[in-house]
Design a binder for this molecule. Structure first.
Ligand SMILES: [Mn+2]
Length: 318
């Protein structure tokens, strides 16, 4: 089993170290970066925390303030040209990772990578419910003590990615959950996660309910209103909660491209496989069995009905 010492042996202490969460990060990405930075600090290694894009989730912005997580946007970080980048909860070659200057030396992730990472150190555990669980295990193996705020952050990352332990949960996620639950502030963590929506988001739900197209157990939604990835994900979860629906695809236009969020509760039709198939030649996507995401540049968008048809054929419905 890989661990922090193996990661450290691949780092050059004399060069700057940056832990990078994926673009428009979520709770799991930020928590993993935070937990890893603290563990490196216990080993007398200083790392900077950064992310691409912006933080669009209010609940994440509040968690960062509440837990005093020292993470900054990549644009605000003075990066040395020879900086060493550690990517967490994502893959450097992915669409959801801005090109940073410096060298990607390590990847720690729980998503299926499109290709094998080309860096000194990588630790990818696809069967883990959250990247936070991998970081939990790094602490466990090195018998280091998590701080209260790291425990709370990791717990939130784990609860978010597994939808409160209802999807993609493995044995080790359960162990991390029970350890972190009593170590961190689960009350504050759950309150922040449960209150991710605001009255302002109701318009998106209204539009989604009015515009959803259901064919057999597949629900397709195109949302025209401005909508953060977090709200898209919650819309997708809401529709997956309908008894008749087992696969959901939510699409929303953004500045540069169309963004997608997909959900599946059918092991025979995993989100990541279906989205890659549906976007073949027009965009990029990935994720896990239960959830996935992707994007399509505006000029390649095949239209609402065109995209819905692509999903239907990827789902084997034609
Ligand atoms: Mn994750």
């Amino acid at each position: 089993m890989k661990g922090i010492q193996e990661l450290i042996s691949n780092l050059d202490r004399k060069r700057q170290i940056v832990i990078q969460a994926h673009d428009f990060p979520d709770h799991d990405a930020v928590a993993s970066a935070f937990g890893l930075a603290y563990l490196l600090e216990l080993n007398e290694i200083r790392a900077h925390l950064s992310y691409g894009g912006e933080i669009q989730s209010q609940s994440l912005a509040e968690a960062i303030r509440f837990l005093e997580i020292p993470i900054v946007p990549g644009s605000k970080l003075m990066m040395a040209p020879d900086a060493q980048i550690i990517v967490v909860d994502g893959f450097a070659g992915n669409k959801n990772m801005v090109g940073l200057q410096g060298e990607v030396v390590a990847v720690i992730d729980h998503h299926t990578p499109p290709t094998e990472p080309n860096c000194l150190y990588w630790d990818i555990r696809e069967h883990y419910g959250a990247c936070s669980t991998i970081i939990y295990e790094y602490y466990k193996i090195s018998t280091a003590e998590v701080s209260d705020s790291v425990a709370t952050a990791l717990l939130m990352g784990l609860m978010m990615d597994t939808a409160f332990m209802t999807r993609g949960v493995s044995q080790i996620d359960l162990e991390a959950f029970s350890t972190l639950f009593f170590r961190g502030d689960w009350q504050a963590g759950s309150r922040l996660l449960r209150n991710s929506l605001s009255l302002r988001d109701l318009g998106v739900f209204r539009e989604a309910i009015n515009s959803c197209i259901v064919a057999e157990d597949f629900c397709f939604l195109l949302i025209q209103k401005e909508c953060s990835p977090e709200v898209m994900a919650l819309v997708a979860d809401f529709f997956l909660g309908l008894r008749e629906v087992h696969f959901v695809a939510v699409v929303a236009p953004d500045r540069e491209d169309y963004r997608l969020s997909v959900r599946s509760e059918d092991y025979a039709r995993p989100s990541d496989v279906v989205i890659r198939l549906a976007l073949e030649g027009i965009g990029a996507g990935g994720g896990h069995i239960h959830m996935g995401g992707g994007s399509i540049p505006h000029d390649l968008f095949p239209g609402e009905e065109g995209l819905r048809r692509r999903f239907m054929s990827a789902l084997g419905m034609d």
